[in-house]
Design a protein around this ligand. Structure first.
Ligand code: AMP
Ligand code: MN
Ligand code: MN
Ligand code: MN
Length: 278
């Protein structure tokens, strides 16, 4: 059992890295990538826990990047978390996140949500703050009934809690990942609501920039999309990845290790030389 896309309290997941690894061990996952948004701060703890429990931890990250005025998520698998350029790039992303969060807080307060910034900052704790933390705060304080509703009402383009972020260009995210020894994987390609044409353009530019893989199985994907993505991966010569995008037990729609098998014929990214184990 392999899961190559998960989150911890280092970003917007609800389990600490150690608790996440313990949970992975319980559901018999043998290989787990921790891929927090724009941070590698949870990796040391995850690796320690992995060593104790016999779970093979892949050092990962999910970088927020810009392509054609949109945000795409690029997973870095098998990165070197100490690589100085990667660290500098992630530091800039963390600053962009924090500044965006302050602005989201201001706008929500102007829209009548009192103490939006303070309450959300508290909720995020030591983790890198994001829209999901604002969403939880809004649900906790009864501004919406659940996560789906809160995103629709507050956190998407055109709504008071949406502030565009200045992420690094996609090409830069790919270069940082590669230069630190990792494999760049385009995350959840169907989550961007792109037309088929745009999606192909995104994948083509990603591959041209040095991207080597794409998620074929991710989160709550439909079987028809798995087939479609597997074909695209093959066409563009990309390795196929699989991950749950688990964020914690309180987000029950995504289960840890819930990663259906890749279609036969796909080249699993865990056989990539940078990720292959002896
Ligand atoms: P951010 O990177 O701060 O813009 O936040 C993106 C994160 O918000 C995603 O990784 C999810 O955790 C969460 N998210 C985005 N859209 C939705 C949605 N429609 N429903 C629930 N969670 C969402
Ligand atoms: Mn998230
Ligand atoms: Mn993502
Ligand atoms: Mn994710």
């Amino acid at each position: 059992m392999i899961d190559l896309h998960t989150h911890s309290t280092a970003s917007d997941g609800s389990l600490s890295p150690a608790a996440l690894v313990a949970c992975a061990h319980e559901c018999r996952i043998t290989r787990l990538a921790l891929t927090d948004h724009d941070t590698v701060s949870g990796l040391a703890e995850a690796r320690d826990a992995g060593r104790k429990l016999g779970v093979d931890i892949v050092d990962g990250v999910e970088i927020s990047a810009t392509w054609a005025n949109r945000t795409l998520h690029i997973l870095g698998l098998g990165i070197d978390p100490g690589n100085s350029q990667l660290v500098a790039g992630l530091r800039a992303a963390a600053i962009a996140r924090t500044e965006r969060a302050r602005e989201i807080g201001r706008r929500l307060e102007a829209a009548g949500v009192s103490e939006a910034w303070t309450l959300t900052r508290e909720l995020a704790g030591d983790g890198l703050i994001g829209r999901a933390h604002f969403a939880s705060m809004l649900v906790n304080h009864k501004h919406a009934k659940d996560n789906t509703q809160v995103f629709k009402r507050f956190m998407v383009q055109g709504k008071p809690g949406y502030v565009p972020a200045s992420w690094m260009p996609m090409e830069k995210a790919v270069a940082l990942i590669r230069d630190s020894g990792g494999v760049a994987v385009l995350a959840h390609p169907v989550a961007y609501a792109l037309t088929t044409r745009k999606l192909r353009a995104a994948i083509e530019e990603f591959a041209d920039a040095g991207g080597e893989g794409m998620e074929v199985v991710s989160g709550r994907i439909e079987p028809a999309d798995v087939i479609r993505l597997a074909r695209l991966a093959e066409e563009f010569g990309l390795w196929a990845s699989a991950g749950s995008d688990y964020h914690g037990p309180d987000k029950p729609w995504l289960k840890l290790g819930h990663v259906p098998a890749l279609p036969s014929g796909s080249r699993p990214v865990w056989e990539h030389p940078a990720l292959k184990r002896p």
